[in-house]
Ligand binder design. Sequence first.
Ligand code: X5A
Ligand code: ZN
Length: 692
Amino acid sequence: MGTALVYHEDMTATRLLWDDPECEIECPERLTAALDGLRQRGLEQRCLCLSACEASEEELGLVHSPEYVALVRRTQTLDKEELQALSKQYDAVYFHPNTFHCAQLAVGAALQLVDAVLTGAVHNGLALVRPPGHHSQKAAANGFCVFNNVAIAAKHAKQKYGLQRILIVDWDIHHGQGIQYIFDDDPSVLYFSWHRYEHGRFWPFLQESDACAVGQGQGQGFTVNLPWNQVGMGNADYLAAFLHVLLPLAFEFDPELVLVSAGFDSAIGDPEGQMQATPECFAHLTQLLQVLAGGRICAVLEGGYNLESLAQSVCMMVQTLLGDPTPPLLGLMVPCQSALESIQSVQTAQAPHWTSLQQNVTPVMSPSTHFPEGRSLPLLAESSMCQVAEDALSPLPDGLCLRPIPPICTAVALTVPGAALALPPGVLHQEGSALKEETEAWARLHKSLFQDEGLAALGKILCLLDGILDGQVRSGIAVTTALATAATLDVVIQRCLSHGAQRLLCVALGQLDRPLDLADDGSGKGLMHMCTCPWCSLLGRRILWLNIRGKEATIGSMFHISTPLPQTTGGFLSCILGLVLPLAYGFQPDMVVMALGPAHGLQNAQAALLAAMLRGPAGGRILAVVEEESILELARTLAQVLHGEAPPSLGPFLMASPEEIQALMFLKAQLAPRWKLLQVAAPSPGPCSPVA
Ligand code: X5A
Ligand code: ZN
């Protein structure tokens, strides 16, 4: 099982034969640049490389009319003048004598990829194709596209494999109106597209690209358009769109397959998109999609016209499909005002069709707003905020995040006496132990809790943790005794902070308290409080402590947060997508510790999803501390997801309860001034207006 790469060099054989500034960017070098990038980084060699074959006439007929297919076939024998005359009948299209062959290969490549994934030959894959497809329609070429590769792939998956729910994620910077038209009234295909729109002033200048186009008839709610009304959208904007729009809908939809219209004209440097998202962003977008549909992702190249940016972004995607950890996302994680307006316009348009958005549309309250119900949950006093709203997080110059990918993927330290655990292939048992004197020194800080066997256990965990901090191991799982969980967590935190982690995200589930003696790491340097307010100290800002437990939502500071564990799937997803991940991505940690303590209450599938998604913000450096009573099956499941497998399904989607929504609203309203990725609301953008 692995990643397929579908390609055929004949797809470089179509090119523009006359002068046309609009079309000249769609050139053969796009494919060679992408492929060269993959080869240089040793990524092609790690994929299962499949050579594309032409799609059949019948397969083209899944979407296109016989007359249109015949017309494109005839272009093989036309001369240059005739080709040019025919091209003019369409918007932004050129034909070449090889166009028909290339376009058939492009469709064929997409279908082979779907076959490889749905027969289980691979987990996922990418088809590198030309010409692109998403603008093409039943009987029309459009925007460099001849046949609609992705739409045909979706029809094929439905017809040949009987799939009932397919998600298409179109992150190309142009609206794939072709895909939208083909599935407009079809509830079995959820089509999501973001695109440069500028209130209708950007190509293809269509009113139906706006957020209020939601599909027709039975298909209402299954077309999701996110129009960007300004250029310059960056990593935070794309991330916010995924966390607050695409992923809530995708989880509720529960797709069996994810198709990606993978255009990279949405990346920085592209002459068409004029956006700012860096190539690393596509690693994160890919990883976020990997938790859906059991990880069955088929990506098909669409646009992308800056060869450098295209090649790098393709590499980022393939690397992530292969299971490599994601590189850090740079830049301030603050979505821009225009992006927030766009996000809200989709939420408003889609809310009637999606339960998860009804619970998500929570206006951000100003600090003066009183929380409804008048519960005794006062907003943080200005003084206790201690300017945290202004402090930009410093970059991590010598942080863990810039190190090369560790050789060992995931290791498990089984420290419970007598425990045995059959681990998934590729996951190692941690057998080594830290030096005895060192272990004893740490144990002395927690005298009563580590004795005899406990001491041996601690030695193993320290060795595992050092493997992660030294860059030898990517992620780990430490299984502790119930008695030692809290003390182990203390030691782990202190060790992380004194051994290289600049910012540590702690997600603690169940009854675990934030260690109070964090100021004393035993080393006597670097961790002293800088101000009298402990939470605003230097140390305070090096740890983001998020406790998911109990009944009430409380905030000790912007870095010390407690939230109840939701009891519904909808509430749990809102908590992860709407709170935990925005905080995690905003904090930009270089290490994550996820601890499952007493009475954590998480189902295995929930813990797996949380662990899978927490791999993103810290480049996969994550240690899960699990107490023995959580049973070993959980440790096994965690090992699988940390190793890169998709988490199991959460089960049927159940709407969040009013209490769950209220707790989330409370926390988000208070935290949003500091953690801007939490914002989902902007001043009302008003209903969609006609194209100017
Ligand atoms: C696939 C794609 C763009 C067409 C732009 C025409 N097409 N101005 O990116
Ligand atoms: Zn495009």
